[in-house]
Ligand binder design. Sequence first.
Ligand SMILES: Nc1ncnc2c1ncn2[C@@H]1O[C@H](COP(=O)(O)OP(=O)(O)OP(=O)(O)O)[C@@H](O)[C@H]1O
Length: 258
Amino acid sequence: MSLLQVRDLGKNFGGVRALDGVSFDLPEGQLLALLGPNGAGKSTCFNILNGQYRPDAGSVHFDGREISNARRSMKPRDVWRLGVGRTFQVSATFSSMTVIENVQMALVSRKRKLFSLWRPAAGMYRDEAMELLAQVGMAAQAQRPCGVLAYGDVKRVELAIALANRPRLLLMDEPTAGMAPGERNELMALTRELVVARKLAVLFTEHSMDVVFAFADRMIVLARGRIIAQGDGETIRNHPQVQEVYLGSGTTFGQEAQ
Ligand SMILES: Nc1ncnc2c1ncn2[C@@H]1O[C@H](COP(=O)(O)OP(=O)(O)OP(=O)(O)O)[C@@H](O)[C@H]1O
């Protein structure tokens, strides 16, 4: 059974059908890209998967457990505790704190210590934090304040923070937004390594088609809330409806939009 099972998801906002009959599976060890033009329903889907929104129809099962349906859904914090992590476009790090302190704080939070205990507990989980930083290639910069890091390095720290909760599914909202092409590839190569080493499942949105075709195992394309295509790069690249949807959006498949 797949780690994540999404069935017939529907969500309306007033008269807008943001999601309509969306179904897909995501097994562990896979990177799945959720694509689509602006307003296609990607964020709505993420917000249902992490418990922020309740769907109007359909269900979400994670690790065999129903976490959401039209009658009730788990709270975001409970979904997070079950092992669904999320990274955001906006930085989740505290710039005045050091790299290691940011990760230690995430570990404190996972272990349910009270936030107010944080200051006296500054030495806590040091080894674990260093281990996570080593995994994302940031051990050498552990003592630097996050505020002085290069953008690509901040993204690595965010990954370490997300991993501190030991997620089994990671939702990544445009992980490479604002990055130079070289940095994008490094971050996604690292993500792929983590997917394999930790048997993670990753669902990500991404505007860079170069990144998607280079790193995603599979892709889903949404348009106006419905899945219009899914499959590997070859299938998506040659799909007439996908080409139609993206026509005029400035994005061409196989060639980076400038
Ligand atoms: N909280 C909300 N209230 C009202 N309408 C919403 C809300 N969230 C999303 N929508 C609408 O639902 C549709 C899908 O939006 P969504 O943000 O999920 O798309 P998206 O694919 O993530 O777009 P983008 O790439 O621009 O982030 C849009 O028409 C949007 O205006």
